[in-house]
Write a protein that binds this ligand. Sequence first.
Ligand code: UD1
Length: 380
Amino acid sequence: MHETAPHLLVTGGAGFIGAEVVAAALRAGWQVSVLDNFRSDVHASALTSPRLLARFGTEFTDRHVRVVHGDVADPGVLDRVLPGVDAVSHQAAKVGLGVDFSDSPDYVASNELATSVLLAAMARHSVKDLVLASSMVIYGEGAYRDEKGPIAADLRSRADLDAGRFDPMSPRTGTRLLPDLITEDGACDPRNVYAATKLGQEFLAASWARATGGRAVLLRYHNVYGPNMPQGTPYAGVASIFRSVLKAGNRPRVFEDGKQRRDFIHVSDVARANLAGLDWSQGQAAGTVRAFNVATGDVHTVGEMALALAETLGGGAPIVTGEYRLGDVRHITASAARIRTEMDWVPRIGFAEGMAEFARAPMRDAHASQEPAAGEVSRG
Ligand code: UD1
């Protein structure tokens, strides 16, 4: 037991999810340090944003929170920040699909290189507990079955998508595959640079745990939404896009047939999962590495999500366009059994309540310097 409050470092602690982790950690009695580089493509006018300043300041310290403006990939900054830290919640990352392949070195540098620098510094400073923000994107397509049982889904062909055949087909029966909930033992099949770097982070964390006797909790976030979600950036998810479109008085454009399945999880539940992960980690043996889906287990379609937001905001009905983005997976929904059973974590905010709140919640502005080519839309 600590005589003083245990000390948590939240990397990316000024971000959408990181800031919620900071707030949850403070409520749970942690002393918190934030390390954030306030990247301009994520934080528009970050250093002058009244909300951020009100929340953190730029170099703000009081009894419980210290905010350091610096980069996770900078060993010197880490040597300044890590002394006295007991655990790290690593949220800093470059997320989303990005602009195009020219983005890939920045993904690898921001996600994999920076994580390895962080882990090496944690080893130097004997910090043994890590909670890593991973992602469901590492699975690629979700779990599927056909009449004969479970089967992996192949990439969808342009010809199928053009013909409006959006569900992956079974190579052995020729029928449409049926989606299942994926478990943490599902095969990993990262299908874009971001996904590859998230899986790379998991492998780095596992190697660190084995080499140093650290404990790594890998949290595979599903589709996170909630207040302060970034908007107006090529790195935003679909919930943010629909909300911005509706606020501007337009109708959301739902791609494919709108029946693609996702697990939408509220950011406050994701923050609570980080805290649950820290608690869980304390009871584990040195070298433990374990992955957990951070999901509700409650399946919704992208079309349902558009409708829920449109109904709350009184906007026009969503348009189901039949367009598609080649890089999108069809369905990805998860079993949340492991995190519920092992960490005793359950989501507190359900879909209807969460979307109604999100429809009117404040958003975080970010600079969109370029439109996302990786998200190029084709008409089916
Ligand atoms: C999203 C994130 C990913 C994150 C993951 C888990 C992005 C770009 N993707 O993946 O980084 O790791 O959640 O949190 O941030 N769609 C529309 N209309 C639009 C835009 C999208 O119908 O205007 C559809 C897409 O075709 C897709 C679905 O919405 O079927 C989800 O899209 P999106 O949120 O971009 O990506 P995810 O694959 O869910």
